[in-house]
Design a protein around this ligand. Structure first.
Ligand SMILES: Nc1nc2c(c(=O)[nH]1)N[C@@H](CNc1ccc(C(=O)N[C@@H](CCC(=O)N[C@@H](CCC(=O)N[C@@H](CCC(=O)O)C(=O)O)C(=O)O)C(=O)O)cc1)CN2
Ligand SMILES: [Zn+2]
Length: 763
């Protein structure tokens, strides 16, 4: 039998010990120079290539590595520098590149948004401000470097023109067709140069082809790909889709490329149906995404072998490329240094490096290699041990879940009625000001936590330290004149990991970091078993804050859907059931806060939009359980208790109905980077409950002027009810420093006061 080609779609940038993050942040702080940054980045890049090659991967991706984000790399390569940044043309320099990502004093950063249904955020390309041009050939540089330094025949990777444009903003949908042709020329030039350099395979990522697109668009996509194929007729193109099954397979398979990459993990049902209907063209290669690039569990390789056997009935193995389902960007680097408390869980894990090993084992096992076959059965045994582990099932939780329909999922009074009662109790001014929860997680705070976790600090020392932080920031908030205060979340390493650490059913890695945006990483907890509430999680800090002030303190919880979305989740039961389990646990925490006299409780659900299925036809089912989960933990409170929620990075206009269905008394949403679009949405669909539109971007170190925020408030009040409008930043302030935060909040309170004056004049 022939050997089967193996491939990888993309490798994590951050490094085994987050070297990448550390290098970038050192550069931004001025601790290392540009040259040193480049040197370190190059070392990392080459070491990742070596690792992948040594693992036995035939097609090692090049060009996926970045200094911030792969979409921003494309914008820069095409000279798409927004007009507000100075730019003289030519290759975009590093300062401009980072300015687009992070903003400067003079110019606001580019918008950042979720990459499909992941917790990765990309920098949104802005079309129409500067003429697109090919300023340099980035994939070519990466290819040549790998060839020269390592004699590696790399596979250049980039997002394809359709997905690039679908993820961009600044143009009307009527312009898509002509833009596709403009970009086809530019991509064509890139590909031509790659062909001339001797490149064999190029991967063009087109995850947007899994969305339910218009048929017409695919006609345009075809024209664009024909143009690109003409430019580089000798090149082999892999059209790569992921995160779900291709939407219009018949049309997609007509595109002039040499291979199609399909996701057989997250789009298994749809993509297998495509193969079974014999739609896959026999003269193309099939890149089989079979190892899950989105979760950390080992693959059941014995089951994968069975699937491959079925696939061989539709397309012969000499035409296969075996690979992960998507880029490994979404999983941590290696299990090698992990020591989880439960060996059964430890043995069931596979991060990026282990997944590449799985890809190779699978291709060898399929072609009859005995030790690979053995390894395939060992993986099944490891997963079986996990599934049968008694820690997975907790009788009490099972019983609770069975009785779940008896619990309330709706508040007893209408919004109008209870909001009046709440206002009376809370005595707030019009346009009340608040924040989203977290205050700066300074180096000092992180160091304190590390010392406590290492045992260098006692529990008491750490608690005292946290109390000092809370005290300092309650004072600051009072002095600034904010209306609803928070304790600041200093005790939390992360809004999800923190709750995971206090609930049952979760376990943790030491170093399982994943990039979320730019240099920011998260360490998603692992939900391996039934989830339940053990003891109060937030009472101590919240009540301490309350003891320091007469102003209302808002209790802060992370919602069930977000805890689910930002954890690595067991896959032996439906996600919905895990969400309900978390909801039941949070319901208890909400009760504890309420019983302790906390009258405002915020349950953050920033990930509710992220988890929506990519196919709209599956939305209703998802929203039904997502909304139910939220209501399970919030609807049982008294009328006087005000429930807040918060969301960020969402295309809210698509989910306003869902936001309404949550029935939260107040919602705060991020808007500053995409304000206009949202205002427009509220014009069309009025929103009647309490709402705070973020008046400033917290992801940028830039301190906004009073007038800017006043403008946003004024604009918002044209479409939203002034008696229910709140003033707040876009999101939590944990990534900012103290000075920026205090200065920005001071301006925000000022802006709210100005707006109140204008309001009283009008009234
Ligand atoms: N899970 C999650 N997803 C999210 C968000 C979020 O808040 N959480 N927000 C949105 C945006 N994404 C974000 C993701 C990460 C961060 C972030 O601030 N991450 C921190 C890490 C946070 C953390 O877990 N910190 C830990 C560990 C910190 C750490 O690195 N400690 C050092 C030591 C530090 C020292 O001694 O100074 C070490 O272990 O080596 C802690 O505080 O305890 C970072 O990358 O810098 C912010 C936003 C969307 N998705
Ligand atoms: Zn947020």
């Amino acid at each position: 039998m022939t050997t089967i080609q193996t491939s990888n779609l993309g490798y994590p940038r951050i490094g085994e010990n987050r070297e990448w993050k550390k290098a970038l942040e050192a550069f931004w702080k001025g601790q290392i120079a540009e040259e040193e940054l480049y040197k370190q980045l190059k070392e990392m890049r080459l070491s990742y290539y070596r690792k992948q090659r040594d693992a036995g991967i035939d097609l090692v991706p090049v060009g996926d590595f970045t200094a911030y984000d792969h979409m921003l790399d494309l914008s820069a390569m095409f000279g798409l520098v927004p007009g507000r940044f100075p730019y003289a043309g030519g290759k975009v320099d590093l300062a401009t590149y980072f300015a687009m990502a992070r903003g400067t004093k003079e110019a606001a950063a580019c918008e950042m948004t979720k990459w499909f249904n992941t917790n990765y955020h990309y920098i949104v390309p802005e079309i129409g401000q500067r003429e697109p041009k090919l300023t340099h050939n980035r994939p070519l540089e990466a290819y040549l470097e790998a060839k020269e330094e390592l004699s590696l025949e790399g596979k250049p990777v980039m997002v394809g023109p359709y997905t690039f444009l679908k993820c961009a903003k600044g143009y009307a949908s009527s312009e898509l067709q002509s833009l596709l042709m403009t970009f086809a020329e530019l991509y064509g030039e890139v590909l031509k140069q790659l062909e001339q350099a001797g490149v064999v395979w190029v991967q063009l990522d087109e995850p947007a082809l899994v969305l339910e697109m218009e048929r017409e668009e695919l006609v345009w996509v075809k024209a664009a790909y024909e143009r690109m194929a003409e430019a580089a007729p000798g090149l082999n193109l892999i059209l790569q889709t992921y995160f779900d099954s291709v939407h219009m397979p018949e049309q997609v398979f007509e595109l002039p490329v040499q291979a199609f990459g399909l996701d057989f993990v997250h789009g298994r049902q749809g993509n297998m149906a495509v193969l079974r209907s014999r739609l896959f063209p026999q003269d193309k290669k099939l890149a089989i995404g079979i190892i899950d690039g989105r979760n950390i569990w080992r693959s059941d390789l014995a089951a994968d072998l069975e699937l491959l056997r079925e696939i061989s009935g539709y397309i012969t193995p000499d035409r296969w490329i075996i690979q992960p389902s998507c880029s490994l960007l979404h999983v941590p680097v290696t299990v090698k240094y992990e020591q989880l408390p439960d060996p059964i869980i430890q043995q069931a894990l596979a991060f990026a490096d282990e997944k590449l090993a799985e890809v190779v084992v699978l291709s060898r096992a399929y072609t009859g290699n005995a030790s690979a076959e053995e390894a395939a059965f060992a993986s099944r045994a490891a997963l079986l041990r996990l599934n049968q582990s008694p820690s997975r099932r907790v009788a009490e939780v099972v019983n609770q879940m069975e009785a779940i329909d008896q619990l309330s999922t709706a508040r007893t009074t209408t919004f109008e009625e209870r909001y009046q009662k709440q206002l009376k109790k809370l005595q707030l001014p019009p346009l009340p000001t608040t924040t989203i929860g977290s205050f700066p997680q300074t180096a000092e705070v992180r160091k304190a936590r590390r010392q406590w976790k290492n045992g260098q600090w006692t529990e008491a020392q750490y608690q005292t330290f946290i109390q000092e932080q809370i005290r300092e920031w309650v004072d600051i908030q009072e002095n600034l004149g904010l209306d609803v205060l928070v304790h600041g979340e200093f005790e939390r390493n992360d809004m999800v990991e923190f709750f995971g650490e206090r609930l049952s059913g979760f376990t943790f890695t030491q170093n399982g970091w994943v990039q979320s945006y730019g240099s920011r990483c998260t360490k998603p907890p692992i939900i391996y078993g039934d989830v339940s509430h053990d003891a109060a999680m937030t009472l101590q800090e919240t009540l301490f804050a309350r003891s320091l002030t007469h102003k209302p303190i808002k209790g802060m919880l992370t919602g069930p859907v977000t805890i689910l979305a930002w954890s690595f989740v067991r896959n032996d039961i439906p996600e919905r059931d895990v969400a309900y389990q978390i909801a039941l646990a949070l319901r208890e925490e909400v009760s504890l806060l309420e019983q302790s006299g906390i009258h405002i409780i915020q349950v953050d659900e920033p990930a509710i939009r992220e988890l929506t299925p990519l196919k709209r036809s599956e939305w209703d089912d998802y929203f039904e359980w997502a909304v139910k989960a939220f209501k399970l933990c919030t609807s049982h409170v008294k009328d006087e208790t005000q429930i807040h929620t918060h969301m960020c990075y969402a295309e809210f206009h698509q989910i306003i109905d869902v936001i309404k269905a949550l029935d939260a008394d107040v919602i705060s949403i991020e808007t500053s980077r995409s304000h206009g679009e949202l205002i427009h949405a509220f014009q069309e669909q009025p929103y009647e409950k309490g709402i705070g539109l973020g008046v400033y971007d917290i992801h940028s170190p830039r301190v906004p002027e009073v007038q800017e925020m006043l403008n946003i408030i004024e604009e918002s009040l044209k479409v939203l009810p002034p008696d229910r409008f709140w003033v707040n930043p876009d999101c939590g302030l944990k990534t900012r420093n103290k000075e920026e935060t205090a200065a920005a909040l001071s301006n925000m309170v000022q802006a709210a006061k100005e707006a109140r004056k204008q309001l009283s004049v009008k009234v």
